[in-house]
Ligand binder design. Structure first.
Ligand SMILES: Cc1ncc(COP(=O)(O)O)c(C=O)c1O
Length: 381
């Protein structure tokens, strides 16, 4: 028998309660019935985003809303700053280029996070920057950015702050309004406990002004159209009805647990995961590790590609490998969404089993013991 455990940084596990909701028959979306659910979903999203701003919903993967945050907010020829410290920061820069926006890239060494003072200087040196694009959790490196401090830098400038919170939202603490975030982007397949297929964007008044001035090059991802429809509690195009019904269930579960406890659960499991890998001599990749995902160096003596393949195909535990230069050199294990202490124990013991099989020498049981000890220390019963 092979039992599957999905511990990749997206898509992640979906609760059975949500899957059951999505198994119900589809119904028409231009109805009061759908509108009632959509209104509740809107309130639930605002709670998870910690915002009073509207949260636009698109039927696409997360990148769709990222695209809209460039194409329907700025105009060709505008200037923006992109913080590039990994694969997803890079995406902001590429999107800017795709839509004729001049991106001033702040390149950050992978695994490190941007220094807000560097961003401040860059904003002072480049007058006329209309948007700053950053990533809350850089999934390719498992690194958390200090959005609160970045928000303090950007708020007193004419620029808006746009945060890709696709893998961080609902995992690492994130306060859209309090941290002065103008546009926060997320996707369904990470800590929101849904399959892939929905993208979200909260939009502040400061950002909406830019949207209204933009020489819009966007059609499907037009924030202007999406906002006009949302004002009527509607969507511009056919919504992903089934996913939205599932989303309502997942949001209800988050509300019931409370967002503070959800963040704490991720914090506890991430801390336990870090202790587990350290206990067997492995090193973390990130210098500022996120709670959503843990990136770990694979020992040089171990075949990294074989590790990721074996743990998934033979042990049934799906983690992700590294991207680009990190291919075969790191693995990434997620704690995001529908994951608790038992998933952390599964991850620790599977890591041990595969490393042992691949010839890495260490004290068997030490990782799992360290994970459990950390959970106990943190009061996780
Ligand atoms: C931080 C981050 N940004 C953007 C994306 C892209 O999202 P999607 O694949 O849903 O388009 C991902 C997906 O892994 C991500 O982790």
């Amino acid at each position: 028998m092979k039992k599957e455990f999905l511990l990749a940084p997206g898509p992640s596990q979906v609760p059975p309660e949500t899957l059951l909701e999505m198994a119900k028959p589809v119904f028409h979306h231009r109805t009061k019935r759908f509108q009632n659910i959509f209104a509740e979903v809107q309130e639930g999203l605002k709670y998870v985003f910690q915002t009073k701003n509207p949260v636009l919903v698109f039927a696409s993967s997360g990148t769709g809303a990222m695209e809209g945050a460039v194409s329907s907010v700025l105009s060709p020829g505008d200037k923006a700053i992109s913080v590039v410290g990994g694969k997803f920061g890079e995406r902001w820069s590429k999107l800017c280029k795709a839509f004729g926006v001049q991106s001033i890239d702040i390149n950050v060494e992978w695994g490190k996070t941007v220094d807000p003072a560097v961003l401040k200087k860059e904003l002072e040196n480049n007058k006329g920057v209309k948007a700053v694009y950053v990533t809350l959790v850089e999934t390719s490196t498992g690194t958390l950015a200090d959005i609160k401090k970045i928000g303090e830098v950007v708020k007193n400038t004419p620029a808006i702050l746009v945060v890709d919170a696709i893998s961080g939202l609902g995992a690492d603490m994130f306060m859209t309004d309090e941290w002065n975030v103008d546009i926060a982007i997320s996707g369904s397949q990470k800590a929101l406990m849904l399959p892939p297929g929905l993208a979200f964007a909260s939009v502040s008044e400061k950002a909406m002004k830019l949207v209204n001035e933009s020489k819009n090059t966007s059609f499907y991802f037009s924030f202007k159209k999406a906002k006009a429809s949302l004002d009527k509690n509607d969507t511009a195009y056919t919504p992903a009805v089934t996913l939205i019904i599932g989303l309502k269930k997942s949001l209800d579960m988050i509300k019931e647990e409370t967002i503070e406890k959800v963040w704490k659960r991720h914090e506890d499991n991430a801390a336990a995961m870090r202790q587990a890998v350290k206990a067997i001599g492995l090193k973390l990749y990130s210098q500022n590790p996120a709670n959503a995902v843990t990136a770990v160096w694979i020992p040089e003596t171990v075949d990294g590609s074989a590790f990721v393949k074996k743990i998934r195909d033979e042990y049934g535990v799906t983690m992700a490998g590294g991207q680009e230069d990190l291919k075969g050199r790191i693995f990434r294990v997620a704690q995001m969404g529908y994951a608790n202490q038992f998933d952390t124990v599964v991850a620790s013991s599977a890591i041990e089993m595969v490393l042992a099989e691949l010839g890495y020498g260490f004290e068997r049981g030490a990782a799992t013991r360290a994970a459990v000890a950390e959970l106990i220390k943190r009061g996780v019963k």
